[in-house]
Ligand binder design. Sequence first.
Ligand code: GDG
Length: 466
Amino acid sequence: MARLVIVSNRVPAYGDRNQQSGGLAVALDEALKQETLWFGWSGQIAAETGRMPALTQRRAVTLATIDLGAEDYRRFYVGFANSSLWPLFHSRLGLMEYSREDYQGYRAVNRQFAAALSPLLRPDDIVWIHDYHLIPLARELRELGHANRLGFFLHIPFPPASVFDALPCARALICDLAACDLVGFQTEEDSDNFLSCAARLAGATLGAEGRFRLDEADSRSTAIPVGIDAGRFARQAERAANSENANRMRESLSGRRLIVGVDRLDYSKGLPNRFEAYSRLLEQYPEHRLKVSYLQVTPRSRRDVGEYQVLKRNLDRQAGKINGKFAEFDWVPLRYMTRGLPRATLAGFYRTASVGLVTPLRDGMNLVAKEYVAAQDPQDPGVLVLSRFAGAAAHMKEAIVVNPYDPDEVAEAINDALRMPGDERRARWQALYATVNRDSAAAWCRRFLEELSGNGPPLVKPAEAA
Ligand code: GDG
């Protein structure tokens, strides 16, 4: 069996469950049973870069990491990846910042990744590159002469051509992706957007089943939804529901019903809109005052990106206003935390909550939606309120699906969720659980690797075509 090489921006603290607050770490954790090399940035900023990768062994997985220089971190990570690509791919053109220097820094770090990975690669390795930080990596590896099977998966949405075209280097990034044998997306819509960009902005010729030809090379685009191990999460939630933290939570609720939201502190997650919707719920449906408590767990991320600091200040203010307006001396309507919680604790809270709020303005998939469903008690499940702009909504139709831009609609949905009879809750939950269980993390990995390594069409790679 060929060795699997995973490349992602960060190599997570693999094996340490309490450290997992990124979607990618959670999804990949499920599938690393075979011999694997996992390559990425150590998370360290170093004065001296260009050293050999540091290697650590974690069961079948060898972790290989390199450090970044301070300027590289600023241009590649804070700049192009998180201030240009992240807002653009989430269709937030107004928040996109672009500079040629950042773009050059981004390409330079991808070149560094390729140079450091290159000596570790064996000819028959299957290479799976993850996410928007590493779009040029496949091309860089091809230029170093590697003819391996190369796959890329984008965890975030791919925008329509009219939005993507605003990026000055849009065409170059499409050509970079064409150096892969397989380019994977979360949803059909993302894959269609990519193919239409490839055709319109880069002149690719499109074929059947996602195939496309660009600069003499054939490649394929596919949609495979990322998932979780629903059974394992369900067992964890069941255990956690009797844990000390869950008991403390229930005690603190004093019989009130819990509404829960769990999101990295990120503007794509629609938190200001969600807070506004909760405020309208309390305004327009006063019967819920004193009867519900909304817990929002929001670990901070990307603190060096200016827009995230602005969001943090705005949310702090908004949370204060809601509690100032509605609190009673014995009731705090909104419990807002900017620290993370252990995964097991979250699982117990999901199970305790009558309503799960997942209302991003745009999201590649959203694993919290799946975790909330997996965690429910089948006899007395809670209700998922889900944004139609999360990739998860493509399959999770039995949630209450909302437009997160309309706070009145979201308030209505929360009210409906709180009032929903047991029969309807159970029927919706059963259908949702079946979907979450089917579209698992293991199925995602298996399908991607099958499509990449064998079952795809014979491909001509740029290195061979030249
Ligand atoms: C990207 C895409 C796509 C959150 N807070 C805590 C915590 N988490 C865990 C959740 C969940 C994960 O982090 C977040 O995953 P999401 O999918 O919701 O979002 P992103 O981080 O934006 O991930 C996304 C994903 O990649 C996978 O492809 O679905 O669309 O944006 O598992 O539970 N975990 C712990 N404490 C926390 O406080 N332990």
